[in-house]
Design a protein. Sequence first.
Length: 290
Amino acid sequence: MSDVSILAELARYDDAEAAVDGFLYHGTIEDFGGALRPSPYDGCLWLAEAPTIAQTYIPTSLGAMSLSVEAHELERPVRPEFSGLPARPSGLYAFALQMGFPPASEISCDFLGLAQSFASPAGYPRYAAIVEKLTAMGYPPDTGGGFTAWVKYERGEDGVEVVQPASYQREGRLFIVDCVAELRLADLADERERGHMESDSQRLDAFRRLEARGFDGVVIDEFRQTERHGDVGHRSIGLFAGALGKIRYAAIPARHFDWAETGVSDASKATPEFAAAWRNAIDSRVGGSR
């Protein structure tokens, strides 16, 4: 159940690092309709033992798409392209429209949604103008003069991808989770070397068997792929639906986290957002005692 009093309870700890060990964590951009719930895929609500790990699971944007232009194409008009049903502008053409350029007309597309012929009105853009704008948004051009990048996007009301700057970070939430009753967890954690296709998080049949036997959840070894440090190993606690009555939680605004270039092992387990929540609890306690 939701319980915002958890945030005030952070003040029981001498510092944010100590407070980390008192709770479990879940990072997300999903709404959940106001309440935490297990994933429909594996039937587990996955929790981490530190805010740093949980916030690596908050994506920086809804998604990222690959945009590419060859150097010899820069002076060509942008080729219209469409995707989805109903068909909507996509790729560099959608970005050109996002920039305010006029749409092409008399478009004839193939079955892939790529224009085979089109008419370009006055002011219609060439690829060079699109690449210039993307570069200004923080996406560097190729050394060969073209452009290839994974570009962040959100989705507009019309369903079209809206390109975001390279520095964009979508705001999500960090759930701070407290266990109010003892949890019966099956420890599946295994320190042996694994390939990427051998994650314990895919042992769905085992989860269902353990759930049927009355377990509240599982503990597994997991890894998280990060931009700066590759795979970062950590333990995950997956709670089954029947265990949700044994937890309470509060949420704070949070964004994606990655460790500094200096490394993971010696870094703090408290993210800036969690440290700020601890500081707010301390300040509120001090202010209330005056």
